[in-house]
Design a protein around this ligand. Structure first.
Ligand code: SF4
Length: 63
């Protein structure tokens, strides 16, 4: 089973760190100022893990 990446948008502060680290999977929505997962089936796992670790709100998770 493939893991999916999810963002708890209620917690996201729109810092843009995840998009900076892994733009293939995360994109900051400029209107909502929340980050969105644009490729939930994943991308480079090492970069996704890094984005999770560096997210200041710890709101990126595996589903
Ligand atoms: S790193 Fe975390 S808080 Fe920052 S935009 Fe991404 S999900 Fe939101």
């Amino acid at each position: 089973m493939t893991r999916r990446v999810i963002i708890d948008e209620a917690e996201c502060i729109g810092c843009g760190s995840c998009e900076e680290i892994c733009p293939e999977v995360f994109k900051l929505n400029k209107e909502t100022e929340k980050s969105e997962v644009i490729k939930p089936e994943g991308g480079p796992e090492d970069l996704i893990e890094q984005a999770m670790v560096e997210c200041p709100m710890s709101c990126i998770h595996w589903d």
